[in-house]
Design a protein around this ligand. Structure first.
Ligand code: GLU
Length: 314
């Protein structure tokens, strides 16, 4: 199958350095192999993701030197997840027919109070409160609030080999728990949408931040239940401040608006990121396209990488 990669930003703000690193590595990985590159806008939560922000992302990517073969505004409406609910409906039904879904009426406060083990991505392992509701209980609860829909996961260990992080293993029941497929307001969850879209769009490699590594076993489970081919995964290091702490709001000036104004051209930023992740020995300015010739995942750091202090200076 032809190599196909993608960048799939959620346009809830201006693109920042971590996002551009992800775009850069996913683009290089595909271009180094002569593959296709797609831009999909993950605006499932349309209220939080106005089109103006998606348009701004396209402008920032182009400025940085990233092009795409399909998707974005030139590709038409179907590249925005907010328009794809009818497609997700079909796959939702497939899961429902297998008896894998059940309604969940738990409020945020109830989920919090259940004190289930906390995952590192900030979500809870669901305690299974609504797993065994009877049809009568469901009918009664539906009178008071619309439910979210969860997928039942088996007590099974899923293991896969990540192209950047190596082997990653998780037990679905213990480490993940039954997870949300559709929210109570009818908006589909990230896990279903990303699986359906990557499969429908022919994506063969997924490059994204290491913070999404823990989502991958859930997604592999969905690929399996939906009979879809799974792509390869590359979970890239996260960027940290020079002292190793996670970048925070205080570092909000690392968005492309500020960086474009400060550097005026992309080459210094490309060079700095390339050196930070191990693609180049020094941070000399370089054009993105120049890095494609000898790009290799073997060079890319697995560990989170600290940004040089110059970049954080205001
Ligand atoms: N939309 C997600 C984000 O912006 C990325 C999802 C993915 O690459 O799988 O963080």
């Amino acid at each position: 199958m032809a190599v196909c990669g993608r960048f799939a930003p959620t346009p809830s703000g201006r693109i920042h350095l971590g996002n551009i690193l992800c775009a850069m590595l996913s683009w290089l990985s595909v271009r180094a192999k002569g593959g296709r590159y797609l831009l999909r806008i993950e605006d499932l939560d349309a209220m939080r993701c106005p089109r103006s922000l998606a348009d701004q992302i396209e402008d920032d990517l182009q400025w940085f030197g990233i092009d795409w073969d399909d998707g974005g505004s030139a590709g038409g409406e179907s590249w925005y997840q907010s328009t794809r609910s009818p497609i997700y409906d079909r796959y939702f039904e497939k899961l429902e027919q297998q008896g894998l879904l059940y309604p969940c009426f738990c409020s945020r406060a109830e989920l919090h109070a259940a004190q289930a083990p906390h995952r590192s991505d900030g979500t809870y392992v669901y305690a299974g409160t609504c797993r065994g509701l009877t049809p009568e209980q469901i009918a009664e609860k539906r009178k008071h609030r619309p439910p979210a829909m969860r997928v039942r996961v088996p007590d099974r260990t899923v293991s896969f080999s990540d192209g950047c992080q190596g082997v990653y293993t998780e037990n679905l029941a213990r480490d993940c728990g039954d997870f949300i497929i559709r929210r109570s307001d009818g908006v589909y969850g990230y896990q279903l949408a990303v699986v359906v879209d990557d499969a429908e769009m022919g994506v063969t490699e997924v490059v994204r931040g290491r913070d999404l590594l823990e989502s991958t076993p859930r997604q592999l489970y969905l690929y399996e239940r939906l009979g879809l081919p799974a792509p390869e995964f590359y979970h890239i290091p996260l960027l940290t401040a020079p002292d190793g702490r996670r970048l925070s709001k205080r570092d909000g000036d690392l968005d492309l608006g500020v960086l474009r104004a400060r550097f005026g051209r992309p080459e210094p930023i490309v060079g700095m990121l390339a050196a930070a992740v191990g693609l180049r020995p020094t941070a000399e300015p370089v054009a993105l396209a120049e890095l494609a010739a000898d790009f290799s995942w073997d060079k890319v750091s697995r560990m989170d990488v600290a940004l040089p202090s110059e970049i954080l200076q205001r």
